[in-house]
Design a protein around this ligand. Structure first.
Ligand SMILES: O=C(O)CCC(=O)C(=O)O
Ligand SMILES: [Fe+2]
Length: 544
């Protein structure tokens, strides 16, 4: 199998409920020193700058506030307390998928297997049609590496680099080799409250042909109840039989080869024929793109929450290979350009925020578009949430294009098109502390990763182990160019955090505002209305 999910290694971090009596004091100490949520201090730090107040005092206040479960005025029907972030004033009807015993198929030698069903998009499938064959054929036609090969963990991404307009292509650059994140196991035994000292394999992110950790030979086998994931299966394409799929049709027929010029000197020799590259149509490129996106919708993480086993990450989806290298570079260039503008005060005041940094894990640069999100009660007494009377800059064109792509490429549903975004610029050591995204934003929302891979940690109760160090039940690598979609329990039961990043990273979080909470005078961009997902590859063979 050539296609594989490049993401989804899972590791378990920390210990659930391990803050015992003796360590609690120490942890509390650490937390007191910690900036709880860099954004929390944004407004205050700006004020500090004006008033010359020491920043540390403010940070201590905020940090303490965070471990005291602020802002949770009302939590109804939610099996987990929202600690740490923030700003969840009211959680209503949060759906919690409680996995009752009948859903646990097997408990044998400590193993727990849970049936999960992959949402499979509807697709017309031609029996025996093979993605490999088609991508190979595309590859031959284009003369560039579209096929995807996995060799010792190094994958050549199949996708040619695409530049140009939204759907079209102006330039094709060979894709780079990139290392696959290793597939790691995590033990759900303890998080599921089954602490018998044995490690078990459970819930590894399904990865198609990804090679599991050698110490975890059964990481994939044990998912018998669940479906193994591959983008092919995710697309409803059964590739068990590989059939050569015939030629690829294009809108632009190839130009005839130039006739070889005969000269007396070479008349008898074979003259090489120049084979022109076929130009794929926009539609074909789009289909190819869809085939190359890997969609992991089976991220399972069981925790016992108030006595019940809960899949706290149900609803999470990791889409990898979404944005090409060139597209990523354009986004990075834009972010840097916006940062430069922010520094020159060329953006609206609350669009750009660059908090003072004074310790590891303190402060990320952020850029907000569409709305101003207030992370903590500000100097005017505004509560956390969208500030209805503050304006920030509108979403820049490239980010609007990115939103359109996310919908068209089946990453986000057309029913929840983002109308706001926040860019997080992490320098080495920066982090985002445990939080649940505010309910002024609808679900699902998503985060695009750029520049470097890092882990995001999930858990019903994330531990603060030190500055920028958070322990949770699940640590999920976020490859560059990937998009993590947060929904369901994954958005509302599990908290998430990004521990101190090893190297510079940018993420862009796209969210749709609750229509009742949008800034006054806000109107949705026409460009973002009536978006439709692209038709999925139909795999019809060429009949010519
Ligand atoms: O940087 C990330 O991947 C996560 C960002 C995030 O959690 C947020 O913006 O709310
Ligand atoms: Fe978040």
């Amino acid at each position: 199998m050539l296609l594989m999910s490049s993401a989804g290694g899972l590791t378990r971090l920390g210990k659930m409920g391990s803050v015992g009596d003796e360590s609690q004091g120490a942890v509390a100490e650490v937390v007191k020193e910690l900036p709880a949520e860099p954004h929390l201090q944004e407004a205050e730090i700006r004020e500090d700058a004006a008033t010359e107040e020491p920043v540390v005092d403010k940070v201590e206040d905020t940090s303490v506030e965070v471990i005291e479960e602020p802002h949770v005025d009302k939590v109804k029907d939610v099996l987990v307390e929202v600690i740490g972030e923030p700003h969840v004033d009211k959680v209503e009807d949060a759906s919690v998928e409680v996995i009752e015993e009948p859903h646990v198929d097997k408990v044998e030698d400590g193993s727990v297997e849970v049936n999960r069903v992959i949402e499979e998009p509807q697709v017309d499938v031609v029996e025996g049609a093979s993605v490999d064959a088609v991508t190979q054929k595309f590859s031959e036609v284009m003369g560039t590496g579209i096929d995807e090969k996995v060799d010792n963990g190094v994958m050549t991404t199949g996708e040619p680099e695409v530049m140009g307009n939204d759907a079209g292509v102006e330039e094709v650059v060979p894709a780079p080799k990139r290392k696959l994140p290793s597939v790691k196991r995590f033990s759900a035994r303890r998080s599921a409250g089954i602490d018998d000292g044995n490690t078990m394999d459970y819930g590894s992110v399904a990865t198609g042909d990804a090679v599991p950790d050698s110490k975890a030979p059964s990481a994939i086998r044990k998912q018998r109840g669940a479906h193994r994931f591959s983008s092919r299966i995710g697309l409803g394409i059964d590739d068990r039989d590989t059939v050569d799929y015939g030629s690829v049709t294009t809108d632009t027929p190839p130009k005839p080869s130039p006739k070889p010029v005969e000269t007396s000197a070479v008349a008898e020799e074979a003259v090489p024929t120049i084979t022109p590259k076929k130009v794929l149509s926009v539609a074909e490129r789009e289909q190819l793109r869809l085939l190359n996106i890997k969609r992991n919708k089976e991220i399972v993480c069981l925790e016992r929450v108030r006595g019940k086993l809960v899949d706290i990450t149900a609803g999470l989806e990791l889409h990898t290979g979404v944005f090409s290298r060139v597209e990523q570079q354009k986004l990075v260039d834009l972010v840097r350009e916006l940062q430069a503008k922010g520094r020159r005060n060329e953006l609206k005041e609350r669009t750009y925020s660059e908090p003072r940094k004074w310790m590891r894990g303190k402060g990320r640069v952020t850029l907000q578009f569409g709305c101003c999100y207030n992370y903590a009660v500000d100097k005017n007494g505004n509560p956390p949430g969208i500030l209805r009377d503050d304006v920030v800059d509108p979403i820049p064109p490239l980010l609007r294009t990115t939103i359109k792509r996310l919908v068209r490429w089946h990453v986000l549903p057309p029913t929840c098109v983002p109308d706001s975004c926040i860019i997080n610029m992490y320098e080495e050591g920066d982090c985002i502390p445990p939080h649940i995204d505010h309910h002024d934003f609808l679900r699902p929302f998503c985060t695009l990763s750029l520049l470097s891979e890092c882990n995001i940690v999930f858990g019903a109760n994330l531990e603060i182990l030190g500055p920028g160090d958070f322990g949770g039940t699940l640590s999920l690598p976020l490859p560059v160019g990937s998009v993590l979609v947060l929904n369901g329990n994954g958005a509302d039961v599990a908290k998430h955090a990004v521990p101190a990043v090893p190297t510079e990273r940018i993420s862009i979080t796209f969210r749709k505002m609750d229509p009742a909470k949008v800034p006054r005078g806000f109107s949705i961009d026409k460009e973002l209305q009536d978006l439709r997902p692209a038709a999925l590859p139909s795999m019809q063979p060429d009949e010519s």
